[in-house]
Design a protein around this ligand. Sequence first.
Ligand code: GRF
Length: 191
Amino acid sequence: MIRLAVLGSGSGSNCQSIFNAIKDGRLDAEVVIVLSDNPDAYILERARQHGVPAEVIDCCGFKNKFPLEVQEAVAKKLQELKVDMVCLAGFMRLVKEPLLSAFPNRILNIHPALLPAFPGVEAWKQALEAGAKQAGCTVHYVDAGMDTGEILMQAYVPVLPGDTAESLHARIQVQEHILYPAAILSALSRL
Ligand code: GRF
């Protein structure tokens, strides 16, 4: 059985979509651990509700930094758990060495824009403010940059007249929840 790890900092609706896809047979895999750098993140609660071990990554009080020794410890833990694929789902810290090379071509991220347009935070808001006609979401392999790795799959979401940041993000998230499990499946087929 393919072993997945999910890392997130927030609500975890994408993690939920992975749980759902596994449950209804679209994704033949199991989530063996959920990790969050935010002890209050709802993603941890979702994991526990699904009987999945959920742990906090202690970033030693750093607000944005993902310290080297902490990445080392995370890499070690995921290797010990024999994780096949690491899925970032709203994880707000930049993954770097040594975690990257511990899982070559095995770390995915979902981003709420049509990369390479609008990398970084609140990408849907950036798209709206730029007057884009099309928004969307992207699943990509993770490299050392911010939202720069090889693109695996994308879904388009039209920007509608009268859209607010909230309404657009909500429609993008509907597509994210379909896209991420499908993209994980595609990445697994390439291993
Ligand atoms: C999603 O919009 C994802 O694209 C971005 O962060 C958000 C996470 O949402 N990277 P959730 O925690 O999965 O609900």
